[in-house]
Design a protein around this ligand. Structure first.
Ligand SMILES: O=C(O)CCC(=O)C(=O)O
Length: 257
């Protein structure tokens, strides 16, 4: 993986931009119009009628329909997969008319890339497709390889891409900012106690950044080994469907949430 991007230009999806994102030569891939406004609105209507949970990423930061691997790093796989089975039912109900993950898998297939759902030999498929309402997310980097026990398949992936389909967007705030700065062990000394995130002035001073304002129906893909954050919004409608994509040593490409 390159230490710095070759440019600040965000590409459309192609086999070379996908490799570029993995190799960290570009900051993001953007796929505007992946879903229609009507498709997104239908998902949002069902989402609002379904049960959600708060996260412990910081007071009032993110509500979620579905689970995140990160929360189960201590509880372990049995608890994770039991919750996965419950949350898959909620997700399938919300996405019953339109399956964005399958559509994305087909889109990748057309450019010669096969994307599979992460799998455990004992418990089955990992959870994929977490719906979120975000007010903000502090500066952070995501890496299952770093955070999860080594017997989780997702911990075998050296690269992690973040995938977000934007279902509804606020008028003010809510941009995702990606910094041209890969996570380094030294950053851990600047982890906040009150939130999941780092003190910005300690880890990203004088660093190039891109600020991406999502559009409804757009997918934004970033390399989550780079520090990134969601800028605050007061509006309750920054709604997205999120997953991660990783690559195993065998070359197999997997996704999970
Ligand atoms: O939802 C987004 O725009 C970005 C999400 C994010 O920060 C993450 O998945 O780590």
């Amino acid at each position: 993986m390159k230490l710095k991007w070759e440019s600040e230009h965000c590409d459309e999806l192609s086999s070379s931009s996908f490799l570029g994102l993995i190799d960290n030569t570009i900051p993001a891939i953007r796929i505007p119009g992946f879903a229609t406004v009507e498709e997104c609105e239908r998902v949002v209507v069902t989402m609002k009628k379904s049960l959600w949970r708060d996260t412990n990423y910081g007071p009032g930061s993110i509500k979620r329909w579905g689970l995140s691997y990160y929360e189960y790093r201590v509880q372990g796989k049995a608890a994770y997969f039991a919750q996965t089975r419950r949350d898959q039912k909620v997700r399938d109900q919300i996405l019953k008319e339109f399956d964005p993950i399958l559509r994305f898998q087909n889109m990748l297939q057309r450019i010669g890339i096969s994307l599979e759902i992460a799998h455990d030999p004992k418990y089955g498929n990992y959870f994929v497709g977490c719906l979120r309402q975000s007010y903000y997310s502090m500066l952070h980097a995501d890496s299952a390889a770093r955070r999860m026990p080594s017997d989780w398949q997702i911990a075998q992936s050296s690269v992690q891409l973040g995938w977000a389909l934007h279902l509804s967007v606020p008028r003010h705030g809510g941009e995702v900012v990606v910094y041209d700065q890969l996570w380094k062990p030294e950053h851990e000394a600047y982890m906040r106690q009150d939130h999941f995130g780092y003190y910005r002035h300690k880890v990203v001073t004088d660093v190039r950044q891109v600020r991406l304002r999502p559009q409804v129906g757009e997918i934004i893909l970033i390399n989550t080994n780079n520090l990134h954050e969601i800028l605050p919004t007061q509006e309750p409608n920054r709604l997205s469907l999120n997953m991660f994509i990783g690559i195993l040593k065998s070359g197999q490409i997997i996704c999970w949430s």
